[in-house]
Write a protein that binds this ligand. Structure first.
Ligand SMILES: *Cc1c(COP(=O)(O)O)cnc(C)c1O
Length: 487
């Protein structure tokens, strides 16, 4: 059934001369002659052809509305529809950024900031950064300016080897040299190695907690003391906040700067490349470094505050991606403190239930010990690969064949043949069980008839793609060659 989708023609190959979807009569449009085209080779289709075409395309797609989307490191949870409706209110959509005195939206930003501050233990936030990576760059530029203003020449940022790739990339963009520290056997930063990496050139340390293995870095406080004693600042990558939200605050275990990913933890759909938001929060002593303007309240009126003496300037035009803020605010109000704690617990229970079950499957191991995980877990099929030739990639493809979206694979880089699962708080036990059963079946086949797995997927619109070819700028082609249509 699914195979048939792909053999359907492209929209340019459909239709025929003179077919139309709608009759528009008596419309006179005056187009200057020099702008007129001789001909325009667009496909001509009837309404039903257009409707069927786009309906078919929508069914070839996968989304969290269809089933689990367990991409570790992404927190692809279900986003309540009500938040979507609020973000699309005319009052939000038709606001122009130059209407900078509108009280409603400023109040929303101010109050959202207060909630995020209480969740993270920070004092002030900027909403300008467009995503997590943009927040990291903002944070690194603040770290750079802070040291410069103090007349200190610090050009090194310490990043653990379990970090998301954006961490070293953002620090490098801000002009820092990256010093990598190793993860120890418990899946946490190796303190001894950290101590030897720290020095008078240390500008700061970037840390994700829980880290990308889903493990809580218990020594975060001790680490922040080491960094602070050396004169550096602590940066918290908040992409994994789901794992501790409501229970622990980065501000309490020594962090000076945090970013949050509103499109991960706080109810904005992502994965389709839509606008994100990576607000950056700082402790009081760094407030003056934030991008301008920030939102303030003078007791009567909300307003944009521009006079931050040490500001790094602007990181993005205007004030940030506003509809994302509306969703986050609505989500936070609807969840409340207890709701957020419950979401954290549900995510953690889901992860550990899954980990416990799959750890018994032949060929699957849980690297870095069996200690409890937070919101996500990384499993390894290194043994399966050695014994049967079936790799993490093959397992992921075989999951697709069973109607299940694959997890993140080959990340973090410190785990060989890694599959990184994050079911989030919104997934059901029944669906998690489907994954467990599928992994069992895949393992059995890997050890009995590996070719079946190596040839997966066969039930999807397309089978194995050449991923290098598809990503190469010279071969990637995202548009139809119109000339062909011309004949
Ligand atoms: C997603 C993620 C980032 C980057 O955030 P974007 O919003 O995608 O730019 C950084 N660190 C971790 C751990 C992440 O999971």
């Amino acid at each position: 059934m699914k195979q048939a989708f792909f053999s359907e023609p492209l929209i340019f190959e459909l239709g025929g001369r003179g077919r139309i979807g709608e009759l528009i009569e008596d419309v006179k449009v005056e187009i200057p002659k020099e702008l007129m085209r001789e001909e325009l080779n667009l496909p001509e289709l009837s309404q039903i052809e257009v409707v069927r075409h786009f309906t078919r395309l929508s069914q070839m797609n996968w989304g969290v509305d269809l089933g689990p989307y367990p991409l570790g490191s992404c927190t692809m949870k279900y986003n309540p529809r009500i938040n979507e409706d609020l973000a699309w209110l005319d009052e939000v959509q038709w606001l122009h950024p130059l209407q900078n005195e509108v009280q409603g939206i400023l109040e929303l930003m101010y109050k959202l900031e207060k909630i995020l501050a209480s969740i993270t233990g920070m004092d002030r936030f900027t909403f300008q950064p467009a995503a997590g990576a943009s927040g990291e760059l903002t944070g690194c530029l603040i770290i750079r300016k802070y040291h410069k203003d103090r007349g200190e020449n610090r050009d090194e940022i310490i990043v653990p080897d379990s970090a998301h790739g954006t961490n070293p990339a953002s620090a490098a963009m801000a002009g820092f040299k990256i010093i990598e520290v190793r993860t120890n056997e418990e899946g946490q930063i190796d303190i001894e190695e950290l101590k030897s990496a720290v020095g008078n050139r240390t500008a700061g340390l970037m840390m994700t907690n829980p880290n990308t293995l889903g493990i809580f870095e218990k020594q975060a406080k001790e680490i922040s003391e080491i960094i602070h004693d050396a004169g550096g600042l602590m940066y918290y990558d908040g992409a994994n906040l789901q794992g501790i939200i409501g229970f622990a605050r980065p501000g309490d275990f020594g962090f000076d700067i945090v970013h949050l990913n509103l499109h991960k933890t706080f109810s904005t759909p992502h994965g389709g490349g839509g606008p994100g938001s990576g607000p950056v929060g700082v402790k009081k002593f760094l407030e003056e470094y934030l991008p301008i303007p920030i939102v303030d309240f003078n007791g009567e009126k909300y307003y944009l505050k521009w006079d931050l003496k040490k500001t790094i300037g602007k990181i993005k035009d205007w004030y940030g991606n506003i509809p994302v803020l509306v969703r986050a605010y609505a989500y936070l109000l609807s969840m409340g403190k207890e709701g957020l704690k419950l979401s954290c617990k549900a995510a953690v229970v889901n992860t550990n239930y899954f980990m416990k079950k799959v750890s018994k499957i032949k060929g699957i191991t849980i690297p870095f010990g069996n200690s409890y995980r937070k919101h996500e877990v990384v499993i390894s099929v290194e043994n399966m690969a050695k014994e049967t030739g079936v790799t993490a990639m093959d397992v992921a493809k075989a999951l697709l064949d069973r109607g299940l979206h694959a997890p993140t694979i080959y990340f973090p880089l410190i785990v060989k043949e890694a599959l990184m699962f994050e079911f989030t708080d919104t997934e059901t036990k029944e669906n998690i069980d489907k994954y467990i059963e599928a992994l069992k079946e895949i393992s059995e086949l890997a050890y009995s008839n590996p070719e079946l797995i190596k040839n997966a997927p066969i039930n999807t619109s397309v089978s194995r793609l050449d991923e290098v070819y598809a990503n190469h700028p010279k071969t990637m082609c995202l548009s139809y060659r119109m000339l062909k249509y011309k004949q």
